[in-house]
Design a protein around this ligand. Sequence first.
Ligand code: F6P
Length: 323
Amino acid sequence: MRSIGILTSGGDAPGMNACIRAVVRYALQKDMRVYGIEKGYEGLINGNIKEMDRRSVSDIIQRGGTVLKTARCKEFTTVEGMKKAAYNMKVFGVDGLVVIGGDGSFRGAKDLFDNFKVPSVGIPGTIDNDLAYTDYTLGFDTAVNTVLSAINNLRDTMTSHDLANIVEVMGRHCGDIALFAGLAGGAEIILIPEKKIPIDEICENLRVNQAKGKLSNIIILAEGAGNAEEIQETIIKETGIQIRTTRLGHIQRGGTPSMADRILAARLAVRAVDLLHADKEKTVNKVVGIKNNKIIDEDYADAFAKTNKGHEDLYNIAKILCS
Ligand code: F6P
């Protein structure tokens, strides 16, 4: 393949810019043309497509967000929308796509291939780490570190006042941000969608901690595992323990990418470009990822078939260490 487009889609994630930079520079080095598509699939539908050179990606490696901008595009879920996108690729002479995003973005890329034979390679970019085929997604490491620094700050003030705090983090279906930040930050209770803990048990844990003289507790809650205010109310009603809530929200999605995210971005970008470069038939339809510190690639369909991330070991360690 001689000409590729690159887009970022869905929620932005730190490391996306480092990845755009790596894709552009590596592809240029392989004598490919690279087109930047603005606002994800929306830009593909509207023809917001511009050729990029080495200088277009200067001074972005350290920045959070995405210079290509991003969107969640309803129109692209329709055959009409995809048809417009495929047409614009022909007009601009773009043979294949690099799609940096999460599950929804990858499903869009697969649909585009199934309906209009547009080849693509998906690079996992989402703070949620909710793609089971890969150990890590771009942005996850940075987001967890951002949460950790918030927990550190909260600890100082919570300990000074003997207070508890429910810290709500992102993760609708996947509790990885809560689990990793909870374990690394020494949270007393970790609430994730994969492991529901009944409210009675949460109250009992807090009572036991109180009896042991532990008066300041951090409960880390993944947004998909319950409602922070409801949990707070019940705890106050059932135990009398004073507890606050803190929702970290979109703060977790911004910020300068960590070393781990930048290195991952470069490694994933190189594999993605290699796959597209080698694809003479224009049939590539794959995602790239990392497993046991090795860069892997597999078909979208195989990646979607995997569901269990399996962090049982970490969860069990956290339970022992945090009590
Ligand atoms: O998918 C990434 C994510 O940050 C989720 O963790 C969160 O639930 C969602 O995006 C928030 O989306 P929005 O930016 O539309 O509020």
